[in-house]
Write a new protein. Sequence first.
Length: 156
Amino acid sequence: MRKEIIGNLNPGDRRFALVVGRFNDFITRRLEEGALDCFARHGAPEGNITVVRVPGSFEIPLTAAKLARSGGYAAVVCLGAIIRGSTPHFDLVAAEAAKGVAQAGFSSGVPVIFGILTTDTIEQAVERAGTKAGNRGWDAAMSAMEMADLFAALEQ
Ligand code: INI
C-alpha cells in the first residue's frame, strides 16, 4: 500500500526560534506578531518560542544557522523586510538573504523557514504584513510547525 508521510500543524512541546530583522521594523514587527499569534493559536506554549533580533536581513542567515546548529530548536523562522524602494543594494541583500537561509537549513539539517519579504514598494510590504495579502509571518510559522512535525515523522 502507498505510504504517505506528512507533517501536521501541531507544535507539540517543540521549541522554535524566530530571527527578526530590525531594518524596516514597522513591517517586521507585524510579521513577528503574525508568527507569534500563529504559534499561540496552534497551542505552542509561549515559553517554547525564542525571539532573536538582528540588525537587518543580511544578518539573518548566520544567526539562523547558529540557532539551527545549537540543537535546541525544531525549526527556525526567519523574518525580515527587504524593500527595493529604500535601498540601492536591494538585489545584493535579497540574494544573500535567500541563499543564506537555504544554506542554514542545508548545513544544519534543521528546517529554516524563509519569511523575508522582498518587495518593490513599501505598499507591497504592508500588504504582506497583515493587510490585503495576509501575513507572511503567520505563513512562516505554519511552515515551521509543519516541517518540524514532518522531520519528527521522518526520523521514526
Ligand atoms: N536590511 C533589510 O532587512 N531590509 C532592507 O531593505 C535593507 N536595505 O534597505 O538596505 C537592509 N539593509 C541592512 C542589511 O540587512 C544589514 O543589516 C547591513 O548592511 C549591515 O550588515
